[in-house]
Design a protein around this ligand. Structure first.
Ligand code: NAD
Length: 298
């Protein structure tokens, strides 16, 4: 039975740790929040009094934290000094590529096998063991990392060397943000031109405008049953989370000297939507801003 040390038991990490415990693993769980600790304990994890206790006995150390500064600080203060030699250290948070590369390099110097493994799929996928992991790691380490992540995964894909998982995640989410805005704009224009939204959906779904944001996640209600547009844009992937990923993409683009003007526009639009108070809504709710119907968002 594998012993996991799991740090960061929030919306995502709480579900992931519960899935591991449910699959029979020993999970030493830690979070700064007492509520998150209580939930993890109820789900079968063993509460660790501090991060060091979660790390020291673990063969696999998983982190699921808000941002790069939390990851860097936890690695420097606890994980690097306290992890067992040869342990797998896997950060599943969404963070900047530079920090991911830096902590992996420091971990390798300490004889640890490190990976960045950000996820696609939200809270529901975390709670049901159906996440897609995008992994950046050494080629030789991938099979052990894949095995460690398998109970929580629908798919585990190696993107390349350390940092490549984060690179894949932010490029994918930049594409998603841009394509969702395109779909929202198309519906807003179609409406003003007198098109029936359902008829437009049928036509675009089988024409060259077809994309995931349209056919799997339509921002216009009543077209795709599972889409958050049918639930007042609640649940799903929040606009604030999309904004975070778009900022990471713009930071990476500036660093690499790459022009990403559509990504920059997407960041600006999501920043505005967030600033207007709708960061907690699903990111497809941006359609109401483009329609001039923000009042329709509860
Ligand atoms: P969250 O804020 O719900 O959870 C983060 C948890 O980390 C909190 O419980 C917090 O108390 C804990 N924490 C912070 N610093 C800590 C420390 N030093 N020691 C112990 N615990 C600490 O966030 P989340 O929604 O679970 O997201 C986590 C990561 O997953 C983020 O990087 C996010 O971008 C990414 N992500 C989220 C989603 C989503 O839909 N929520 C989807 C994909 C990826």
């Amino acid at each position: 039975m594998t012993t996991y040390g799991f740090i960061g038991l929030g919306n995502m990490g709480g579900g992931m740790a519960a899935v591991l415990a449910g699959a029979g693993a020993e999970v030493l769980a830690h979070d700064l929040s007492g509520e998150a600790m209580a939930r993890a304990q109820a789900a079968g994890c063993r509460p660790a009094a501090d991060a060091a206790e979660a790390v020291e006995a673990a063969e696999v150390i998983l982190t699921m934290l808000p941002a790069g500064q939390h990851v860097r600080s936890l690695y420097e203060s606890v994980i690097l000094p306290r992890a067992r030699s040869g342990a797998l250290v896997i950060d599943c948070s969404t963070i900047d590529v530079q920090t991911a590369r830096a902590v992996a390099e420091r971990a390798a110097e300490r004889g640890l096998r490190a990976a960045d493994a950000p996820v696609s799929g939200g809270v529901a996928a975390a709670a049901s063991g159906a996440l897609t992991f995008m992994v950046g790691c050494g080629e030789d380490d991938f099979s052990a990392i894949e095995q460690a992540l398998a109970p929580m995964a629908k798919a585990v894909v190696r993107a390349g060397a350390p940092g490549a998982g984060q690179a894949a995640k932010i490029c994918n989410n930049m594409l998603l943000g841009v394509s969702m805005i395109g779909v929202c704009e198309a519906f807003a224009l179609a409406e003003q031109l007198g098109l029936d939204p359902e008829r437009f959906f049928q036509i675009a779904s089988s024409s060259s405008g077809q994309c995931w944001s349209l056919t799997s996640y339509a921002p216009w209600p009543g077209l795709v049953p599972a889409a958050p547009s049918n639930r007042d844009y609640e649940g799903g992937f929040s606009a604030a989370m999309m904004l975070k990923d778009l900022k990471l993409a713009q930071g990476a683009a500036a660093e690499a000297g790459v022009a990403t003007p559509m990504g920059a526009q997407a960041e600006a639009l999501y920043a505005l939507f967030d600033r207007l108070g709708y960061g907690g809504k699903d990111f497809s709710g941006l359609i109401q801003m483009l329609r001039g119907q923000l009042d329709a968002l509860a």
